[in-house]
Design a protein. Structure first.
Lengths: 419, 419
């Protein structure tokens, strides 16, 4: 009667997605009365389609513990969205073929919006085709834009990283502005939602403390107001520190990073980077000396500065996903995080229907952003602070974090190649 | 008979320059039989010229300890190089005037090449003008380009930060390359010397581990060889991680960041950033999807990831500077770090003549760079590893590092304003 399970990682990876993997693996071992072998697919759903699977039974306790403190996706991730059943029935039939060949009864998919959609479709299709399957979504995204959950594992650690980094860079600038750089700009991720940019605001705990300005994707960029704010900051505090979301947009909805200034002589747009664009606007109009940084992958892989709460929640939703599938016989749900108390911060995990999650996005509420649109409110701080709380350091060897690298040997294939 | 002392910070700040300040302050208290009051000048030598001084006697033990774990320059720094005595005699006379007004017998100047030069000139001028002064240089620079010292406080922590960051980003990329980004580029500081870029190489401990390529300022950029190397890496490892020094140059000696590709439609050059330039070369010639990051100030202010050895050495050279001045009656010297044993790494502090240091630069030896010019050698690793060893975390509050902010009240001035 025992069925086997497949776990896969999807979308942009985080510094704690492997903690979720660790939770899933541990739980499958704890629920060995109901779950037989747990396979991990290589590179998300593609690994299922291509029958590229690892047997996680081979993992040692030390490897499973090591995953809790290792960034990136240990099993490989993918950016791949299943089409609808109408558009590509073949893919779904293939999934069922693979599930069937490995006697899979449980599918744990670890990702963001797109993965929630994939997970829901897989659940629905299995049902339509009469294949008994429980598909559970394990939330993960640094963008923090999944609905129906207090927050998304991966986000808290990015938030801690960017807030720490901008505090440190702000202290640097404060030492130098009298004879050198007056403006510093940090570009952070978040193409649609400003959660990461907002987190930078946590570094500013009193008036005049950096960052002085935050540019959110939710608030159209107003150059005049912005420049006035920069000028005010430099004239009153001596310098100006700015956090800008990669997705900051002008009033027409066009991303600033795609504006004319970023197009080079060859007409290329892929140089990217909104920080240099904002720097140039300031230089042209106000003449201040500037520096800028683009954190890019550094922010989402910085396991050395993970939030302990985030790491614990990542593990918990992984574990809870398996518990929901076995104890509660759940299907088509996400293991969500529920905030049960604000002060002290308390939380628990709970199932929410995937239909409420898939293809929805959670943006910053307007009352999380200050009236002038350039900073965060106390309400936003109250929400964010618990998520960055606590440290959980990796081990170090020769001065560098010692991360687990799995010796992944793919299983021999049973099926014909999928074209 | 007791004389007072002035301490000042100069040039680009680091995550451990305040540890040197802490060492100077502690030592002055320990040598209170010879040193009266220790003043700190605001913004380096400018604070002396403008008579902008703090009395460090007001600092509490907890503040002095807090400085050991606080990045930036707590007393303010400056980018200001004294002219020669011939060109600006007035400035030197003013320095002596301020020293005289505060009965200063000791001048501790904490900085890099330019500051070593300033410190030496101050020492010489005091001698010429018959003013009794002992001027001691406390080394500091993330560039690690001072001669006559094993390394420069500030460098080890940047090295640890960039090596950790590129390891983490490399793990991220390794999870994603099959369906997404194939090339990641991290731009690090170091305009003339490649020490910081070299440190990224520490993250690669076995064949195929990122970073796969390092671009040093010391090795002229050869586009053809570089592209072949990128292609090889992507074809053999699946992806390619590159560390590039901001000072990477082409064969004519021009910085890559100043190349045509960085000039926008308006002819501006200040966009800066060599990472996007390198990314574009790869995109144009090989078509790989890329991401890039520019660490900028983040790398030199990242006290959250300081090297313990670096922090200890920063404190030690501060303390040693005061000891040299008092016990050894030294003048015109730098408190250098001497490596007395490689394995295990052991070091001590010692005075070296400032004339051997001022205006010299230490570049990467050719045998620290691999034959093909794209990586580091074992000899280089042996030199670097001890400098990034050990962690020394700051305290955290509300999820963020709790850094000391001094309540600096300037003393009332005794002299007329310096024009």
């Amino acid at each position: 009667m025992k069925k086997n399970a497949i776990y896969a990682q999807s979308g942009g990876v985080t510094s704690v997605i492997n903690a979720s993997a660790s939770g899933v693996i541990r739980a499958c071992r704890d629920y060995s009365d109901k779950i037989g072998t747990l396979y991990a697919a290589e590179n998300g759903i593609l690994g299922v389609l291509n029958e590229e699977l690892f047997d996680t039974s081979n993992l040692t306790d030390s490897e499973i513990d090591g995953l809790r403190k290792t960034p990136g996706g240990a099993f490989g991730s993918c950016r791949y969205k299943l089409k609808s059943l109408v558009d590509n029935r073949k893919e779904y039939e293939r999934l069922i073929e693979v599930f069937s060949a490995y006697d899979i009864g449980y599918f744990f998919y670890n990702g963001g919006n797109d993965s929630a959609d994939t997970c829901l479709k897989v659940s629905q299709i299995a049902n339509e085709l009469g294949y008994p399957l429980q598909a559970i979504h394990i939330p993960k995204t640094i963008d923090n834009d999944l609905t129906e959950t207090d927050n998304c594992p991966g986000f808290g650690s990015v938030a801690k990283y960017v807030a720490t980094s901008i505090r440190e860079a702000g202290i640097d600038l404060a030492s130098m502005y009298k004879t050198s750089t007056k403006v510093f700009i940090l570009e952070v991720m978040g193409r649609h939602a400003g959660w990461i940019a907002a987190s930078c605001g946590l570094a500013s705990e009193k008036d005049g403390q950096p960052p002085h300005i935050i540019l959110f994707p939710e608030i159209p960029f107003d150059e005049e107001l912005f420049l006035a704010k920069v000028k005010y900051s430099v004239e009153n505090y001596g310098y100006c520190v700015i956090a800008v979301s990669e997705g900051a947009k002008d009033k027409s909805g066009m991303e600033l990073s795609a504006s004319g200034a970023s197009i080079d002589d060859f007409g290329h747009r892929q140089l990217g980077g909104v920080a240099p664009i904002v720097a140039q606007i300031i230089k042209n109009k106000l003449g201040y000396k500037y520096h800028w940084a683009v954190a890019d992958y550094l922010q989402r892989s910085a396991r050395h500065l993970a939030s302990r709460v985030d790491s614990e929640q990542a593990y918990a939703v992984g574990y809870e996903g398996v518990r929901l599938a076995t104890e509660d016989n759940a299907n088509g749900v996400m293991a969500a995080i529920i905030r049960t108390s604000q002060n002290p911060y308390m939380w628990e995990t709970r199932a929410v229907e995937l239909e409420l999650v898939a293809n929805h996005e959670k943006f910053m509420p307007r009352d999380f952003i200050s009236e002038d649109g350039f900073h965060i409110t106390q309400k936003c701080r109250d929400y964010l602070v618990p998520l960055i709380t606590g440290e959980e350091y990796p081990d170090y060897e020769n001065g560098l974090p010692k991360y687990v690298e799995l010796d992944k040997e793919l299983m021999n294939k049973k099926l014909a190649k999928f074209i």
